[in-house]
Design a protein around this ligand. Structure first.
Ligand SMILES: C[S@@+](CC[C@H](N)C(=O)[O-])C[C@H]1O[C@@H](n2cnc3c(N)ncnc32)[C@H](O)[C@@H]1O
Length: 245
C-alpha cells in the first residue's frame, strides 16, 4: 500500500468508469437532494470525497462543500472536472484530519466507513465529525448491511459480482468483523487483481459510535428517498444529529 492507500493513480484513472452505475443521475440526485436539504444555508463536509461524484453536484446546487481525502490521485481527478474550483479539499485521513470552520452536514457514502479497518478508527471518524458539526448538524452514512446471511456455514468466500470483465469475491474473517474484497478485472488482455481490506459494521454498532461522539440517531432508511429500512434491506442511509444548543 502506498501513500494514496488503495486508491492509487491506476485505480483513480478508471474509478469513474469502473463505478459507472454509481454515477447514474438516478443514484446521485436523491442523495444530493437529501444532503442539500440537511445542509440548509450551511456548509457540507464530505469525508472521502474521491473524484467528487456527490460533492460536485451538491456544490452545483449552491451548497459550499469541503472534502477530506486520503488519495492525492483521487483528488487530482476531482480537480480536472468543471466546478472543482468551488470545492476545497484537504488531503488526509478522515479519522483524524481537521479542517477550518463548522458544517451543518457531514457525510460518508458508498460504504467508505468500512474502509477504516479498526473499531477505534471508526469511532474516531464519528468523533472527528462531531467536532466539525454545528449544534443541530447532521452526519449521514450510506453503507451496506453485512452480507453474512449469504455466507453458508463453514464458508469464508462470497461471490458478489460476475461479469464478462469483472469477478468479485469477498473473503470473510467473521471472528474479527473483517473482510477482504478481491477484484479480478480484465483490462485489455491482462487480468488485474486488487484486494482491499474492510471492517464491516452493523447499524446498531454505528449508533453506539454516534452516541460515544455525542450524537443521536435521527433517521434510518433503506435508501436516499426515505424507503423504509427492514430486515431485508441490504444497505442503509442513516442520519445522526448533534444536539442543538
Ligand atoms: C469508494 S471511494 C468513494 C469516493 C466518493 N465518496 C464517492 O462516493 O464516489 C472511497 C474513497 O475513500 C478514500 N478513503 C479511504 N479511506 C480513507 C480515509 N481513512 N481518509 C480519507 N479518505 C479515505 C479513498 O481514497 C477513496 O477516494
Amino acid at each position: 500500500m502506498q501513500d494514496d492507500g488503495y486508491f492509487d493513480a491506476r485505480i483513480a484513472a478508471r474509478y469513474d468508469e469502473s463505478s459507472a452505475e454509481m454515477f447514474d443521475p438516478e443514484v446521485i440526485e436523491p442523495a444530493v437532494d437529501l444532503l442539500a436539504e440537511l445542509a440548509g444555508n450551511g456548509r457540507a463536509l464530505e469525508l472521502a470525497i474521491g473524484t467528487g461524484r456527490i460533492a460536485l453536484p451538491l456544490a452545483a446546487r449552491g451548497v459550499p462543500v469541503h472534502g477530506i481525502e486520503l488519495s492525492k490521485a483521487m483528488a487530482a481527478k476531482l480537480r480536472e472536472k468543471p466546478g472543482a474550483d468551488e470545492i476545497g479539499v484537504t488531503i488526509g485521513d478522515f479519522t483524524t484530519t481537521t479542517v477550518e470552520g463548522t458544517f451543518t452536514v457531514a457525510y460518508l457514502v458508498f460504504n467508505t466507513i468500512n474502509n477504516v479497518t479498526t473499531q477505534s478508527g471508526q469511532v474516531a471518524a464519528f468523533r472527528n465529525v462531531a467536532a466539525h458539526l454545528e449544534p443541530g448538524g447532521c452526519f449521514v452514512i450510506e453503507v451496506g448491511i453485512p452480507e453474512l446471511r449469504r455466507l453458508p456455514p463453514g464458508e469464508t468466500f462470497h461471490v458478489f459480482d460476475v461479469s464478462e470483465t469483472h469477478w468479485g469475491l469477498d473473503e470473510y474473517d467473521v471472528a474479527n468483523q473483517g473482510l477482504i474484497s478481491h477484484h479480478f478485472t480484465l483490462v485489455g488482455d491482462e487480468l488485474e487483481r486488487v484486494s482491499v481490506p474492510f471492517r464491516y459494521v452493523w447499524p446498531a454498532e454505528l449508533d453506539l459510535m454516534a452516541e460515544l461522539a455525542g450524537m443521536r440517531l435521527r433517521d434510518r432508511w433503506e435508501g436516499w428517498k426515505g424507503e423504509p429500512f427492514t430486515s431485508e434491506s441490504r444497505r442503509h442511509v442513516s442520519v445522526w444529529e448533534k444536539p442543538g444548543e
